[in-house]
Ligand binder design. Structure first.
Ligand SMILES: Cc1cc2nc3c(=O)[nH]c(=O)nc-3n(C[C@H](O)[C@H](O)[C@H](O)COP(=O)(O)OP(=O)(O)OC[C@H]3O[C@@H](n4cnc5c(N)ncnc54)[C@H](O)[C@@H]3O)c2cc1C
Length: 290
């Protein structure tokens, strides 16, 4: 059943200070609304909790992509369209651009924001695995001040985050690295567009010169655990080892132990595990040039 509009209250924040005052005045009562691409789906389905919504879309303090020597910073209101076309992101953080290109379709990419994707905390969201692989940090602001938190550790459990109800995500920053990595991103869904991931994989790896060993590797996945997951044990199983069939088979086994896919409306546990394992091997073969 559709929701009934008079059950909801909404107002637009004048600026960041005004938004934080509203959120801290009645913590938990007001919920931010950015692109509304997640919230309006719930509204249309009659599942959006009744309450008060604070429109933050006009806040210029949450906009723009900035590049310094050490970081690329994205305001929380940065859209997928802005991400996928940004030259520095395309060169240094291609997995995030690939995630943006594969999120929804053009209309969603024009309206959906990176801050909304993080705060919505869906385990099937497409940007989080890329953010994990790139060691993203999140800036949380409230009327009490600002703090940076590592994105690894931001999601505590299904839909539970370190962010307090009086806080907003202001920005996401990605540390720039001098080392050259090979990057790999795959989204498995029912269609090429407008599909929620059954498996989403982001990886990067650095190979020894003329060798068959990784000096460094990062792996993160979506849709196969209650939260976006960095696979530290799997990484350890492929770094500083000859990438022969035995090592790869053992690493695949560890990877499948680290993830915990489930049966749901979009896929089955077994399909997700099989496909995740195959994509993992594809990551090794492509980045190691096997
Ligand atoms: C047709 C369709 C296709 C989609 N396809 C994909 C897809 O392929 N991949 C994917 O990952 N997602 C997909 N989505 C989901 C959605 O588009 C994204 O999650 C989007 O990034 C949400 O951003 P938003 O600005 O619209 O968030 P909103 O709907 O405005 O908000 C979502 C949540 O985040 C909170 N929030 C928003 N901004 C902030 C902030 N700055 N600080 C704190 N809290 C905040 C809100 O309170 C709310 O809880 C799809 C949605 C639709 C409708």
């Amino acid at each position: 059943m559709r929701a009934y509009l008079p059950d909801y209250q909404a107002r637009s924040a004048k600026d960041l200070k005004d938004a934080l005052k509203v959120l801290s005045g009645e913590p938990g009562l007001w919920k931010p609304l950015a692109g509304a691409t997640d919230l309006m789906v719930l509204f249309a389905a009659g599942k959006l909790p009744r309450g008060r919504y604070l429109n933050i879309r006009g806040l210029k303090e949450l906009r723009g992509i900035g590049v310094t020597k050490d970081f690329v910073s994205l305001g929380a209101l940065t859209t997928y369209t802005e991400i996928r076309g940004h030259s520095v992101l395309m060169k240094e953080f291609p997995n995030l651009c690939a995630a943006a290109r594969e999120t929804g379709a053009i209309a969603i990419q024009n309206r959906g924001t990176i801050g909304g994707n993080i705060a919505n905390a869906s385990p099937a969201a497409d940007s989080p695995p890329a953010l994990l692989v790139y060691d993203a940090e999140i800036e949380l602001v409230s009327s009490k001040g600002a703090r940076w938190v590592p994105y690894a550790g931001f999601h505590l459990a299904y839909k539970k985050m370190v962010m307090r109800p009086d806080e907003l995500i202001r920005a996401v920053r990605l540390p720039r690295r001098a080392e050259k990595f090979a990057h790999f991103y795959r989204k498995i869904g029912t269609r090429r567009a407008q599909a929620i991931s059954k498996v989403c994989f982001s990886g990067k790896a650095r190979l020894e010169k003329n060798g068959r060993r990784f000096l460094d590797a990062r792996i993160a996945v979506g849709s196969v655990a209650p939260i976006p997951l960095r696979c530290l044990r799997t990484e350890a199983a492929i770094v500083s080892r000859d990438l022969d069939a035995r090592v790869i088979a053992n690493a695949r086994k560890i990877f499948l132990q680290e993830i915990s896919p489930i049966d749901d409306i979009r896929s089955t546990r077994d399909y997700r595990a099989a496909v995740a394992g195959n994509v993992f091997e594809q990551f090794i073969q492509e980045t190691a040039g096997l």
